[in-house]
Design a protein around this ligand. Structure first.
Ligand code: TGC
Ligand code: FAD
Length: 386
């Protein structure tokens, strides 16, 4: 199935970017699409795909090759996220966390020794990382975190709890954000086999079921001071990682609209009611056109953000606008597709309801819809309303 592309946005991609997208689609159609509904229903993440993601350059694709990245453009990175989320938000979440929330902070804020130690293994998918910022008392305001890192000789001793952590139970390392003795937020690379570190998987999710979500409990976890990210000082460092991940999510949301549009269109062409295919009905066409419209807007926004990012001109509020808009548009598209499918749409035989339920998480994590409204609101008025 060719990608939905009403305005020929792909003409703006380089040949290399188009090739990366085609290869990702070919692989995911063969290896993930036939099984994703089952993984989702069983509540399992396909761990066997992790090294394959590494081989294909899905992990840290926009980081330099000398650290194991693929040195690809930000648009190419986005297109990989588009293809992953076109299959399922859980697959994209895995890659987002590994690339933008684990590799990026180590690359951007880590010492040269830690970069060389961890980045190539993370890029190959030999080890898995997770990112612990959110705490049980409220994720929207991470500056109020309670986790503490007490300096003790040449070590830091970390105590606290992190909630809703993607990859938590399958991670070999966790990037943990904690306040030091001066109350400054610092980032630490914590091997998950360190005594005092525990991960508890969160079960019974009705969303993002093909993804591992965990609570992390750190009880006097002692790490060498060399595990700290020396250049990360203050909340802004942690938030800068979110900007990278949110950028990828804007592309992933467009991928979902592509998936649910094609599914709904195919169904509508063949579903006969009152003697005619429902695709001939104006009310059904209106829903399909809204999907094409929101996909076109989402793709153009993401592509423009990618170019601004390549030119180092991107602001985090610009990313917030697209995260907010593209994810909400994808959620609406998935709901409309589910509606077009009628009763069939409530089964996992079709992807619409799985995407719809996944997107309830995507609309909330990485900053809720309302928090992104307030981020852009502050940017345009100069007045914070948090
Ligand atoms: P505030 O005063 O706004 O910011 C503190 C400093 O940070 C700077 N900053 C950013 N820098 C880069 N990127 C961003 N996105 C930034 N946002 C803010 C800011 O300029 C400031 O710098 P400086 O030099 O002046 O100190 O801090 P605040 O405490 O008022 O918080 C503001 C707020 C609400 C925007 C922020 O806390 C926020 O974004 N909250 C939402 C939290 C969130 O998104 N959590 C996500 C957790 S990770 C996750 O969900 C992973 S899901 C898996 C997946 O990605 O697939
Ligand atoms: P709260 O912050 O308690 O917000 C509750 C409600 O209040 C929301 O509707 C919010 O918009 C609203 N609200 C809050 N403050 C304001 C305000 N000032 N004005 C108006 N409304 C407001 N976090 C990580 O650190 N790492 C991960 O890997 C990760 N993965 C996740 C995976 C899943 C499946 C989920 C569900 C979450 C994940 N998160 C992760 C956490 C996620 O980022 C948080 O859930 C999110 O930031 C919201 O925090 P909260 O759930 O505590 O809601």
């Amino acid at each position: 199935m060719p990608a939905l592309d009403y305005y020929r946005v792909a003409d703006l991609f380089t040949p290399e970017e188009r090739l990366i997208q085609e290869e990702a689609r070919r692989f995911l159609e063969a290896e993930a699409a036939p099984h994703i509904a089952q993984w989702w229903e069983e509540g399992t993440f396909p761990r066997h795909l992790i090294p394959r993601f590494g081989e294909l350059g899905f992990l840290g694709s926009n980081l330099p090759e000398e650290y194991g990245g693929a040195g690809a453009s930000n648009v190419a990175y986005g297109l990989i996220m588009y293809e992953l989320e076109r299959i399922d938000s859980g697959l994209r979440s895995f890659a987002s966390v590994q690339s933008s929330l684990v590799m990026y902070p180590i690359y951007r804020y880590g010492s040269e020794e830690r970069r060389r130690e961890y980045l190539p293994k993370l890029a190959r998918g030999e080890i898995v990382g997770c990112f612990g910022l959110t705490e049980p008392d409220g994720g929207s305001d991470p500056g109020s975190m309670k986790t503490r890192a007490r300096k003790d000789g040449s070590s830091y001793v970390i105590t606290g709890r992190k909630m809703w952590i993607t990859n938590g139970n399958i991670a070999d390392i966790a990037v943990i954000w904690a306040k030091d003795d001066e109350g400054v937020i610092r980032g630490f690379i914590v091997p998950t086999d360190t005594p005092g570190f525990r991960a508890r998987e969160i079960k019974h999710k009705a969303s993002l079921r093909a993804s591992v979500t965990s609570e992390l409990i750190l009880d006097e976890v002692r790490v060498d001071a060399a595990q700290m990210l020396p250049e990360a000082r203050g909340l802004g460092a942690a938030l800068s990682c979110l900007t990278q991940a949110r950028y990828g999510i804007t592309w992933g949301a467009a991928g979902v609209i592509d998936a649910v549009f094609h599914e709904a269109l195919e169904f509508a062409r063949h579903r006969i009611t009152f003697g005619r295919p429902i695709a001939e009905r104006q009310l059904v066409q209106a829903k399909l056109v809204e999907m094409v419209e929101s996909h076109t807007q989402a793709l153009l926004m993401s592509w423009r953000l990618g170019k601004l990012k390549d030119e180092d001109k991107l602001t985090y509020a610009q990313v917030s606008l697209a995260k907010r808009s593209n994810v909400r548009a994808a959620l609406q598209a998935a709901r409309s597709a589910r509606e077009i499918l009628g009763g069939s749409g409530i089964t996992l035989e079709y992807a619409a309801i799985r995407h719809m339920l996944n997107l309830e998480t995507v609309d909330t994590y990485e900053g809720t819809y309302d928090i992104h409204t307030l981020i852009v609101g502050r940017d345009v008025t100069g007045m914070g309303a948090f």
